[in-house]
Design a protein around this ligand. Sequence first.
Ligand code: ADP
Length: 369
Amino acid sequence: MSYLTLRGINKIYPNGFHAVHDFNLEIEKGEFIVFVGSSGCGKSTTLRMIAGLENISKGDFFIDGVRANEKGPRERGVAMVFQSYALYPHMSVYDNLAFGLMLQGVDEDVIEKKVLNTAKILGLTDYLDRKPRALSGGQRQRVAVGRAIIRKVNIFLMDEPLSNLDAKQRVTMRSEITQIHRETGATTIYVTHDQTEAMTMADRIVVMKEGYIQQVGTPHDLYFNPSNMFVAGFIGEPPMNFIAGRLQGGKINVGATQLDLGMVADKNVLDKYEGSEIAFGFRPEAIKLVGKEDVQNAYRLTGEVELTELLGDNTNVYMDIQDVKSILKVDPHDTPEMDSKLEFAIPYESVYLFDKQTEKRIKLRETSK
Ligand code: ADP
């Protein structure tokens, strides 16, 4: 059994709302796990069940092989950081950091050593005398993180800890939290709705939707091998493009253009879906511009440029391809004119197909046994 085991976990709130369905996950010691998904998909509920702040309606939760469903938050050895920093406003940073240890009756000189060390890790040394109201959002969040890591806990839980920070502070805190995780080695579960946070911080990501796990995997797995359209659309920014169409003679139509899927999938795979609605997926960053790059072994499509967004390191190009909308990511130097025609290519190796009805990914090749 792994360090943390969630087996068939369900949450049904007293009002009857079923917020988490049959959640199964094994977490190894020291892993950094991120729960990601849109607001309301059950991430916090799951985290709070792990913390012991919310009871588990059905299923079993084990810590280090011992069933922990009935254990209180303190007995579980977890520390939690919330979105709202929940600092004591009347206490200095020093006292905010020291308070938990004081309650545990730890010796004062030990407390001092720990506070100073934690402040050093978090760059708070110069602020120990200040009250929270005299700190920036990022500094407050650091104190909140410090309060959690100062107690040597084995499990560190964080619920959207960066959502009150501005974009720049978020990027800084992201790498700081990753660094702290490296230093403490605490098993960490981190909740966010932000796929960038998930991709940059996680060892493994759990993608959730409407109370169900969609996929569990490394950032690399989820990006390159999404198991369904939801994960494909959620991971990656801008999201994967989908062109829906009915498969006829192994081809789908995009306006007047035909895409022969025989180029990317085995015939017996396509035969199974003949006559069905499928979705042709490609990532905005996978495309090549015709006339600029080698476009061998690729589908070619032409569309109208509806809008361009220069972001600095790339430009997002919003396209209308005979009424199909897509976003392309191009080098800023290749930013096309608005309303111009643009011809681009989608390399065969970058194509994903999905069953439109089940939204599941279609395996393109039937490996012979
Ligand atoms: P997330 O963290 O992914 O945004 P939550 O876990 O907070 O989602 O909530 C999941 C679902 O459970 C939401 O639809 C939410 O409205 C519902 N929910 C949360 N708390 C309660 C509660 N105490 N009673 C009933 N429903 C709740």
